[in-house]
Ligand binder design. Structure first.
Ligand SMILES: Nc1ncnc2c1ncn2[C@@H]1O[C@H](COP(=O)(O)OP(=O)(O)OP(=O)(O)O)[C@@H](O)[C@H]1O
Ligand SMILES: [Mg+2]
Length: 242
């Protein structure tokens, strides 16, 4: 399948500091990738580098065969990169529906389809962003990225801080979005075991380097690799397990 996103020997960081040393990876159109690693491994920095909000220090980034290395963040968004940052930047003083209609662009993902995916959001369509629970805010953040109809969606720890039942609901929806609807996605996640059943492929970062890349199913079955990279066979991910 054709490559959607490609990183060649990317080095990047913030100001003078280099966080990512030499990252190469490739994502085919319609595929999904779990981005794993302990706290501080560089996961958010990698997502931010694809979005274009870090300082590039070397290497190249391609989207759909086009070199986007020198494009500004808004140009990359326009080229089809959708982003749900770790801090879920929904508009607190707009309603659920306004949050989405304010940014929606033509394409297969409409507000109605997001409501079908997240019925809770339909129930709360007239509530303000600041009246939502953490889980509802995250669903809205995902919905808002979808109605932009991006070619690739980047989700930075979508389940962080959510109750286990909400985590399962959100991951179930992400699975349908990825598997049934064919949306290409990169998902940063602390809980390796849970996300590996959602994504096709997985990458583990450690200190700004790729230390594992392969199919998610192979990693899920590899107790030694999970133990090496996360401790306790991947159950806790990085959080609290460092
Ligand atoms: N704005 C910044 N300026 C300078 N250094 C930063 C900045 N943001 C992050 N870093 C550093 O970059 C490294 C990687 O951080 P990053 O946030 O990418 O890790 P992460 O894998 O997303 O961690 P977490 O799981 O805690 O979210 C850390 O050493 C961090 O201190
Ligand atoms: Mg992070």
């Amino acid at each position: 399948m054709a490559e959607l996103l490609g990183l060649d020997h990317v080095a990047a960081g913030y100001g003078l500091a280099t966080v990512l040393n030499d990252i190469s990876l490739s994502l085919a159109d319609g595929r999904s990738l779990a981005l794993l690693g302990r706290n501080g491994a560089g996961k958010t920095t990698l997502v931010n580098t694809i979005v274009g909000v870090t300082t590039m220090k070397g290497g190249a980034i391609r989207l759909g065969g086009r070199d986007i290395t020198r494009l500004r963040p808004e140009q990359r968004a326009h080229a089809g990169i959708g982003w749900v940052p770790q801090e879920r930047n929904i508009f607190k003083s707009l309603t659920v529906e306004e949050n989405m209609t304010a940014v929606a662009r033509p394409g297969p993902w409409t507000v109605a389809r997001v409501y079908d995916m997240f019925p809770r959001l339909r129930e709360r369509r007239r509530n303000m962003g600041n009246q939502l629970s953490g889980g509802e805010q995250q669903m809205l953040a995902v919905g808002r990225a979808l109605v932009l109809n991006p070619r690739l969606i980047l989700l930075d720890e979508p389940t962080e801080g959510l109750a286990p039942i909400i985590v399962d609901e959100l991951l179930g929806a992400l699975k349908r979005i990825i598997w049934d609807e064919g949306v290409s996605a990169i998902i940063v996640e602390q809980n390796a075991q849970k996300i590996l059943s959602v994504t096709d492929d997985a990458v583990i970062l450690d200190r700004g380097l790729v230390v594992y890349a392969g199919p998610s199913a192979a990693l899920a079955a590899d107790r030694d690799a999970l133990e090496t990279h996360f401790g306790v066979a991947g159950r806790a991910g990085g959080r609290g397990a460092a």
